[in-house]
Design a protein around this ligand. Structure first.
Ligand code: F6P
Length: 349
C-alpha cells in the first residue's frame, strides 16, 4: 500500500520520514529521472527539456540530462540538471542535450548498457524526446529492461500517427514559409518558376501547409502523387490567364527539384530555378505553438512517470493531451489532409 507515495504530495515535515522509509525500502517513490533528446533536432526540444526539469524539481525529484540521445545512456554521458541549468533555453532552437541517432540501441547489448547506466546513476524513469525511431528505443528499454520511459513527440515532420502535433512542426513550417515568400519575390521580379523542396521525410504535411500558405501553383507529395506532365499543364494553363511567376513545392524524396525545374523550363519556356531548403527548416527560435506544446508535454511526461506509468507516448488529440502505449502508437497510421490539398489546388492558379 506504500507503493508510489509521492514526496511532493506530503507536507514538508513528513519528507524526512518518507526519505527514511524510502531508504528502508518501505516506500517506493520516483526520486530521480533522466531526460534525453534523440533523432533529428526540432525547435522546441529545449522548451520540453526545461518543462521536464522544472516539473520534476517541483515534485521533489532529482533530474539528469543524458547527452547525445541513447548514445549518452550507453556511454554514461550524464549531466546534472538544476533549476538554473535550463534557464535561458526556452527561446532557443536545437537541443542543449545534443542529439543523435543510435543504431547500437536497437540491439540487446546496447539496451543492457543503457540499463546499467540507469542503475549506476539511480535513474528510475526516463523522458525520451524525439521521433518514432526514438520511441522504439524507449519501448524496448521500458519492456525488456524495466526502465520506465515516456516519449514526447518532437520532429518537424509531424509524422507520428497517435498525435495531431509534434514539437518543431510549426516552427519548421513558418521557416519554410518565410523562405518561400522570399523566393516568390525573386520569381515575381524575373517572371520565373521557383521549384522549392521542403523536408518531411516520407510525409507531405510541411509541403501541403507551406504550399497553401505561399500560394504554390502545385504541390508534389508522396500522398498525392502527381505526374510532372500535370504540373506542367497546370503552369501552362495558369500562364495563359496572365500569371507570370510560379511556385512549385515538392516534398523531399518525390522528385529532384533541379530536374523538375529543368523540365518545366524545357516544356513551358518559363525560366525556372530550384531551391532545396534543407536543414534551415530544423533551426531557429521556436514559435509560440512549439514552446507551449513542448511545455505542456514536458509537464505531462513527468506526471506520467510519477504515476508509475511506463512505455507511454504523449500526444495531442482534438487539442487535448493523451497518452498511449508506445508499441500501440507505433502501429498507427497517420492520415494526410487530402481536403487541405484539394483546397490548395482549387485556389492557387
Ligand atoms: O526527421 C526530420 C528530418 O529533418 C526529415 O525531414 C529529413 O528527411 C531528415 O530528418 C534529415 O535527416 P538528417 O538530419 O540526418 O540529414
Amino acid at each position: 500500500m506504500w507503493k508510489k507515495l509521492y514526496i511532493y504530495k506530503v507536507g514538508k515535515k513528513f519528507q524526512s520520514l518518507i526519505a527514511h522509509l524510502c531508504k528502508k525500502g518501505m516506500v517506493d517513490i520516483m526520486r530521480k529521472i533522466g531526460v534525453l533528446t534523440s533523432g533529428g533536432d526540432a525547435p522546441g526540444m529545449n522548451a520540453a527539456i526545461r518543462a521536464v526539469t522544472r516539473t520534476a524539481l517541483a515534485k521533489g525529484m532529482t533530474v539528469v540530462g543524458v547527452l547525445k540521445g541513447f548514445n549518452g545512456l550507453i556511454h554514461g554521458d550524464i549531466i546534472d540538471l538544476d533549476v538554473r541549468s535550463v534557464s535561458d533555453i526556452i527561446q532557443k532552437g536545437g537541443t542543449m542535450l545534443y542529439t543523435a541517432r543510435c543504431n547500437e540501441f536497437r540491439f540487446k547489448e546496447g539496451l543492457q548498457k543503457g540499463k546499467e547506466t540507469c542503475l549506476k546513476e539511480g535513474i528510475e524513469g526516463l523522458v525520451v524526446i524525439g521521433g518514432d525511431g526514438s520511441f522504439r528505443g524507449a519501448a524496448d528499454l521500458s519492456i525488456t529492461q524495466r526502465i520506465p520511459c515516456v516519449g514526447i513527440p518532437a520532429t518537424i515532420d509531424n509524422d507520428i500517427a497517435m498525435t495531431e502535433y509534434t514539437i518543431g512542426y510549426d516552427t519548421a513550417m513558418n521557416t519554410a514559409m518565410s523562405m518561400i515568400d522570399k523566393l516568390r519575390d525573386t520569381a515575381q521580379s524575373h517572371d520565373r518558376c521557383s521549384v522549392v523542396e521542403v523536408m518531411g521525410r516520407h510525409a507531405g504535411h510541411i509541403a501541403v501547409n507551406t504550399g497553401i500558405a505561399c500560394g504554390a501553383t502545385h504541390i508534389i507529395t508522396e500522398e498525392m502523387p502527381t505526374p510532372l506532365e500535370e504540373v506542367i499543364e497546370r503552369i501552362q494553363n495558369t500562364h495563359t490567364t496572365g500569371k507570370h511567376h510560379f511556385i512549385v513545392v515538392v516534398s523531399e524524396g518525390h522528385g529532384d527539384a533541379k530536374e523538375i525545374a529543368n523540365e518545366i523550363e524545357a516544356k513551358t519556356g518559363i525560366e525556372s530555378r530550384a531551391t532545396v531548403l534543407g536543414h534551415v527548416q530544423r533551426g531557429g527560435y521556436p514559435t509560440v505553438r512549439d514552446r507551449v506544446a513542448a511545455s505542456q508535454m514536458g509537464h505531462y511526461a513527468v506526471e506520467l512517470l510519477e504515476q508509475g506509468k511506463a512505455n507511454r507516448v504523449i500526444g495531442f488529440q482534438k487539442g487535448k493531451l493523451v497518452d498511449y502505449n508506445i508499441k500501440t502508437a507505433l502501429t498507427m497510421k497517420k492520415t494526410f489532409d487530402e481536403e487541405l490539398y484539394r483546397i490548395a489546388m482549387t485556389i492557387s492558379f
